[in-house]
Design a protein. Structure first.
Length: 582
């Protein structure tokens, strides 16, 4: 039973989360989890942030965790948590620690279930189903059935989350969240990963040998560099070595892209043509914290044996694997082997103020497409110095790959669900990005992704977040169609019926959700609108960017036809205007 004691199991979890730096819990209410929600309402220092869609709430927690190191979402038993499974799986794949909090039938209810065969609401009949469902996509999936044991289990699960940078699932019996327990002792710390000294020495020696004998080596940074807080260490390595570097797509802006050694984001055949050409000459890649996806099959097929890869799951130099070589220790040991200890000073690299790129020449009534839209948006953002205080958030769409060609963005200014690739993540996570970072979300979504999670616009309005949500509106799943039949984008081509979307009235939708609504379709329209958007301070704006159905981003064309003439002759940055239309 619940107690009048002011400190409960729910308070214990909240105290631990606060110690880890968390100040927001995103939630959709439910009766089972009422004890936790009541404790959250009364808890000083952590705010409850209501959402209207469970998956959106989990996306918001994901966006929040990307900037703070941990996120949390509270949802109703089964009907709520199962809706969030997709978001939790994405956080698992992309190494983002979230805490999914729920509750299930109480001890008293379970007596009825067992004695009278009663099926309680939101139950499948298997009272262990939540733990089973989330076990494959979490590092701890627990049911708390005893307030005396709950603190130790909570601590154990949280330590796993912050150590492995992955989600956990905490479900308590309904009564347990409200029951008394002792206060936490001390603070939680991540556990160091097991490190085998002989294996580490061998990995470092082999790495140095490969890098030293390479004619044209390169460093590639992945998202785990951010997850493990290794940005400064890798910059020491980059600057001291003098090597050029790139990032994978999901790790774009893991460090400042204006650095003179940066060659552009590498996204396989969707990369800038200059970047692809540069990569053709590379004969050794030191990949740190990279999670290779099938976007990189061409690279892996050509260069697998020339890649040194160290991430949280494995370490290898070419075809030689080394067990128990943790990424943070490897980076530090590599610095030490090169004579660059942690005190090696970073250059006082102050990037020059970004100059707006020269826009393509054209007429005011030019129809907008992916490239022209992003070119105008980026040029305006640089002119107004928006990127340092904004986050460009991209979903799994043609716009993601087109935006990967934008160069020179500041650190931590790009967010994408580029590994898991879930439609709707971009709009759903904007709330958490804003609350976790204080940055203005600039979302670029496709019709399909926005339709998945459009309710999040109302939550942005409710919380007075001045997000800009651009929807690239061609009423089709363009990226899907490109891989089904790219000929649909040719004159007279036909789109598959399953890739065709309904027509929405975005202006009416914006009004209904409490946002400002706009519609643009031409160069002049967008250029006139952008300054107006900066005047919106206390609500989001939804902008329908009408583009021709058959506008195919050149980056998607290269992805869909990777065997085509993807590469150009290597030349200097000075000659690269990034007009990759081919």
């Amino acid at each position: 039973m619940a107690s009048n004691d002011p400190f409960s199991v729910a308070d214990y979890l909240l105290t631990r989360l606060q110690q880890l730096g968390l100040t927001k819990v995103f939630q959709v209410p439910g009766d089972y989890v009422s004890h936790f929600m009541s404790a959250l309402d009364d808890f000083d220092g952590i705010d409850a942030v209501g959402e209207v869609n469970e998956m959106a709430a989990a996306y918001a927690a994901d966006g929040y965790a990307r900037y703070t190191g941990i996120g949390a979402v509270s949802l109703q038993y089964s009907v709520g948590t199962f809706s969030a499974l997709n978001a939790i799986a994405g956080a698992y794949v992309e190494r983002n620690p979230l805490v999914l909090i729920s509750a299930s039938p109480s001890a008293q209810n379970r007596d009825l279930i067992w004695s009278q065969d009663v099926l309680f609401h939101h139950s499948t009949g298997d009272l262990d189903v939540g733990r089973k469902v989330f076990e494959p996509v979490t590092v701890a999936s627990l049911i708390l059935d005893d307030s005396l044991r709950a603190p130790a289990l909570i601590d154990e699960a949280l330590v796993k989350a912050i150590s492995e940078r992955r989600p956990i699932y905490l479900e308590a019996w309904q009564n347990v969240w409200g029951e008394p327990c002792p206060r936490p002792q001390g603070e939680l710390q991540p556990l160091p990963a097991r490190c085998d000294e002989a294996s580490m020495r061998a990995a470092i020696e082999a790495s140095l040998l490969r890098l030293g004998s390479a004619r044209s080596p390169l460093i590639m940074l992945g998202i785990e560099v951010a997850r493990y807080g290794l940005q400064e260490q890798v910059m020491r390595l980059i600057e001291a070595s003098g090597l050029p570097f790139t990032t994978s797509l999901e790790a774009k802006t893991v460090v400042d892209e204006s650095h003179p050694q940066f060659i552009g984001t590498y996204a396989g055949t969707a990369s800038r043509l200059w970047t692809q050409a540069f990569m053709q000459d590379v004969d050794c890649i030191l990949a740190l914290g990279v999670i290779f996806t099938d976007d990189y099959l061409q690279l892996l097929n050509q260069d697998f044996s020339r890649i040194i890869l160290v991430n949280s799951q494995l370490a290898r130099t070419g075809l030689q694997y080394y067990p128990h070589v943790p990424l943070p220790e490897y980076v530090q040991r590599l610095l030490g082997a090169l004579g660059l200890d942690s005190d090696y000073p970073l250059r006082n690299h102050v990037p020059e103020p970004a100059r707006p790129p020269l826009l393509q020449q054209g007429a005011p009534d030019d129809a907008l497409g992916y490239d022209l839209f992003l070119e105008i948006l980026d040029g305006f953002a640089r002119q107004q110095n928006l990127w340092p205080g904004s986050s460009l958030i991209l979903g799994e769409s043609s716009a993601l790959y087109a935006a990967s060609n934008i160069n020179g963005l500041p650190r931590d200014s790009f967010v994408a669900d580029a590994i898991w690739g879930s439609l709707g993540h971009e709009t759903g996570c904007a709330l958490g990005v804003a609350m976790g970072s204080g940055r203005r979300p600039i979302v670029v979504a496709g019709d399909g992704g926005f339709m998945m999670i459009c309710q999040s616009l109302s939550t942005l309005a409710r919380n007075r977040i001045n997000a800009l949500v651009f929807v690239m509106s061609n009423e089709v799943y363009a990226i899907e169609q490109a891989f089904v039949d790219i000929d649909a984008f040719e004159p007279g081509g036909q789109f598959a019926p399953f890739d065709t979307l309904p027509t929405w009235d975005y202006l009416a939708l914006a009004k209904g959700f409490g946002a400002e609504g706009f519609k643009v379709s031409t160069r002049a329209g967008l250029e006139q609108l952008l300054p107006q958007l900066l005047q919106i301070k206390d609500r989001p704006a939804l902008i329908q960017v009408v583009i021709p159905r058959q506008d195919l981003a050149p980056q998607i064309k290269r992805l869909a036809k990777p065997d085509g003439p993807s590469f150009v002759a290597r030349h200097s940055h000075d000659n690269d205007n990034d007009n990759d239309n081919d």
